[in-house]
Design a binder for this molecule. Structure first.
Ligand code: ADP
Ligand code: TRP
Length: 315
């Protein structure tokens, strides 16, 4: 690999407004580590089509997610930022993997079962989702895939797809390493459950100062008169526990004051990012994605020449 660095690839679905759970769960860990690797950041727009059927919304989310990464500190000259749908090799390779794995094997996917249990349509794309994700990862000979706990099994599927292909057609794909990601703490939402856009309990990452304050004021507290656990759990992401000790002692039982302090602390961290986020134009994003697509395409197309030869479709 270039500079002897290992290759890292991660993907994000442009499926909705980002919240502070996404920030601490995926954006910040990526920003903190990506320079140590040859890094690829992929916007998984074809995956999002399994659940989002609003073209204007998909376009907007795609632009916004790239803006979010740039605002959070990713330097586009140090990572390949690209859109999955720009590289047709991803869907092409996914098809080949689908011919190698069985229906019962795909039926074991927790993510598929969870989504269907939540009431999402069991479309064939949702079912085949892990093979498209395997193609995303394997086309680039990825060593490391940083993802949240919920995506762990999908990376195992990618390893399995690599092994199946290699066994059938000869050594072709690198199996992504065991070290999937360091387990990131689950950020709680305003109701104390995991913060998630599907639970309506989020604090928006790039919301206005008022939107953030409103969400913070809605944090559910008990009436014990002691420390409001849900406020504290979010607060400690923004301030050291040593600093919080004295604040929470001084304001013991004063929930409103503590929430106001939290809103201010969030604002202090978010305001500079929000300023950058709002300043990034659509043209800049498109230019970055175009340059990223050129770099990704060069790697993916070379790999697919080999794959087509191995399976026997190139004459
Ligand atoms: P949501 O649950 O809001 O739909 P996504 O499923 O789109 O979020 O999550 C995108 C990424 O952000 C995933 O890799 C996930 O692990 C991470 N993430 C989402 N919510 C949280 C949270 N509350 N705490 C930590 N990480 C999170
Ligand atoms: N399935 C991932 C999620 O929902 C997104 C994703 C798609 C991905 N392709 C990927 C993550 C490849 C890592 C590598 O969060």
């Amino acid at each position: 690999m270039a500079d002897g660095k290992k290759r890292l690839l991660t993907g994000l679905q442009p499926s909705g407004q980002l919240h502070i759970g996404n920030y601490f769960g995926v954006l910040k860990p990526f920003v903190d580590t990506y320079e140590g690797y040859e890094s690829f950041l992929m916007i998984a727009d074809y995956h999002t089509l399994t659940t989002l059927k609003d073209p204007a919304q998909l376009r907007q989310n795609t632009l916004d997610i790239v803006r979010a990464y740039l605002a959070a500190g990713v330097d586009p000259s140090k990572a390949v930022i690209f859109k999955q749908s720009d590289i047709s090799e991803h869907t092409e390779l996914a098809w080949i993997f689908e011919t190698l794995v069985t229906v019962p094997f795909l039926m074991q996917a927790h993510s598929y079962k969870d989504k269907v249990a939540k009431g999402l349509e069991a479309n064939a794309g949702l079912f085949n989702y892990p093979m498209l994700m395997a193609a995303d990862i394997l086309l680039y000979d990825t060593d490391i895939v940083p993802v949240g706990q919920d995506q762990r099994q999908h990376v195992e599927y990618a390893r399995e797809a690599a092994a199946k292909f290699n066994n059938t057609y000869g050594q072709t794909f690198t199996e992504p390493g065991e070290k999937i990601s360091d387990t990131v703490a689950v950020v709680p939402g305003v109701d104390g459950q995991k913060m998630s856009k599907s639970y309506g309990n989020t604090i928006p990452l790039f919301g206005s100062k008022d939107e953030i304050a409103k969400a913070v004021m809605s944090i559910v507290t008990d009436s014990s008169g002691e420390r409001p656990a849900n406020v504290y759990a979010i607060h400690k992401l923004f301030k050291s526990e040593a600093d919080l000790e004295s604040l929470y002692e001084e304001k013991k039982g004063k929930y409103k004051d503590l929430k106001e302090a939290l809103a201010e602390d969030i604002e202090r961290v978010v305001a500079p990012m929000r300023e950058k986020y709002n300043a990034i134009t659509e043209e800049e994003v498109k230019k970055i994605l175009k340059e990223g697509a050129e770099k990704a395409k060069a790697i993916a197309s070379t790999k697919m020449v080999d794959v087509r030869k191995k399976v026997g479709v190139s004459l």
